[in-house]
Design a protein around this ligand. Structure first.
Ligand code: AVJ
Ligand code: FE
Length: 432
């Protein structure tokens, strides 16, 4: 039977909202106003936009929709509508300054908690969605911190994960062929967002999957072998992009003599060989896989590896089972500010033996972002449906920066195949 997910009662929802807010504050209280209103990259919003946007979404869905209460600040809706304004244009909007934005968030939160105390249980989905939404923006703000230039302001709240050695593990694991349940339903998982639903059967032929994500050391072999100079490894669009953008290594890497260094949240360090590679585009992941004589897993392959339990003949919520993640299972929630070494988290392994499927790095899949069969937009088309098509590739699994409430084996992320600002790596596969 399925263990109840952590957010199934009011107290857990209150705590999920509070945890998101603590993280939002930690990501924004550490910078002076001018750094909150600055745009650190044209790919990102000013941090103060993310801040007030989370409050505005909370007002719309919890105060107005769940609570049926009058709007607090209806005039803000236009400026914080992500679909009206691309990120690059957001600095020119008449945005709330940091302190007024903080006051707005507090005012909305007080009303939202009031609504929650009396909300019927059907309305609780909106609270779960909003707790996840704020954590999603927290991860986006963390990516903005990574892009920001200047002295470090963030510190990892926990000591680094214990060293691990993936060399003691089999290089790949076999996932036997056959059908499994992909996706889920609200009755099974009340946190599931619209694009994770509905549950449906998918037949996945047998395949081999890397036990752990591709490491920096392995990726450096691709670079050293001239991987970035040979069109034959690249998707044609990827090769054009590689040339135009002059890509020679993952984002934030630079060379110092024979050593690769990387910039990480304001520090410079040697690229750690045992860590999963991070900040690569889909095109780079795809090229590496071809160079390695392999391919990216499809989204269905990834999900089957991450949740199919062949003994019980059912799909789990997480690789290790249905119980919520603990720090022994996965590297989530910005606990370490970096991925753990490949081979970490034996307690989080999936039945097939693959490790670190959740947490550490988002994993690019071969698959375009579309709706599961029977998809229905809920509660708004702009969460997922407007992105369906062939423009976006699916990423799975969550990163070290993903909030635990926004991470499970059915969760789907997506981005353009050229993007590298998200905390993305990958693992490779081959058909059996
Ligand atoms: C699921 C991460 C692609 O940030 O664009 C936040 C999440 N949607 N606000 C995004 C989201 C609306 C979304 N991703
Ligand atoms: Fe949003």
């Amino acid at each position: 039977t399925l263990t109840r997910p952590p957010s199934d009662d009011v107290d857990d929802l209150v705590e999920a909202l509070a945890a998101a807010r603590r993280r939002t504050r930690a990501l924004t209280d550490c910078l002076p106003d001018d750094e909150l209103t600055a745009q650190h990259s044209p790919l990102m919003s000013p941090l103060v936009w993310d801040l007030a946007h989370t409050g505005n979404q909370e007002e719309i869905w919890l105060v107005r929709t769940a609570g049926g209460r009058p709007a607090l600040r209806p005039e803000l809706d236009a400026h914080y509508d992500a679909f009206r304004h691309p990120r690059a244009d957001r600095p020119s909007l008449p945005l709330l300054a940091p302190d007024p934005a903080r006051r707005y968030l507090a005012q909305v939160r007080a009303q939202a908690l009031d609504v929650l105390a009396t909300a019927p249980s059907e309305a609780r989905f909106l609270f779960r969605m909003i707790a996840q939404h704020e954590q999603q923006h927290d991860e986006t703000m963390l990516a903005t911190h990574q892009l920001r230039r200047g002295p470090a302001v963030l510190a990892a709240p926990n000591p680094p994960a214990a060293p691990a050695d993936a060399a003691t593990l089999p290089r790949e694991v076999l996932v036997p062929g056959g059908p499994f349940t992909m996706g889920t339903d609200l009755a099974t998982d009340p946190d599931a967002l619209d694009n994770e639903r509905p549950a449906h059967r998918v037949d996945v032929p047998a395949f081999w999957l890397d036990t752990v994500p591709v490491t920096n050391a392995a990726y450096q072999e691709f670079i050293a072998d001239g991987g970035y100079r040979q069109a034959r490894w690249w998707h044609p669009d990827g090769w054009l992009h590689r040339r135009r953008a002059e890509l020679t290594a993952p984002a934030f890497w630079h060379r110092d003599g024979d050593t690769w260094l990387r910039r990480r949240f304001g520090h410079v360090e040697p690229v750690p060989p045992n860590e999963p590679v991070l900040h690569v585009s889909w095109y780079e992941a795809d090229a590496y896989a071809r160079w390695a004589g392999r391919r990216l897993p499809t989204e269905a392959e990834w999900e089957k590896a991450a949740r199919h339990d062949p003994a019980a003949g059912r799909s789990r919520r997480h690789p290790w089972g249905d119980a919520p993640p603990t720090p022994d299972h996965a590297n989530l929630g910005q606990r370490h500010l970096r991925p753990a070494p490949a081979g970490s988290y034996p307690a989080g392994a999936a039945p097939c033996g693959a490790r670190q499927l959740l947490g550490d790095v988002w994993e690019w899949t071969a698959t375009d972002f579309t709706g599961h069969p029977g998809f229905a937009a809920h509660p708004y088309r702009e969460y997922s449906e407007v992105f369906f098509g062939s423009e976006y590739k699916v990423l799975r699994g969550g990163s070290f920066g993903t909030g635990p409430v926004a991470c499970r084996s059915t969760f789907r992320n997506w981005d353009f195949p050229v993007r590298r600002q998200i905390f993305a790596g990958f693992r490779t596969a081959r058909s059996a």
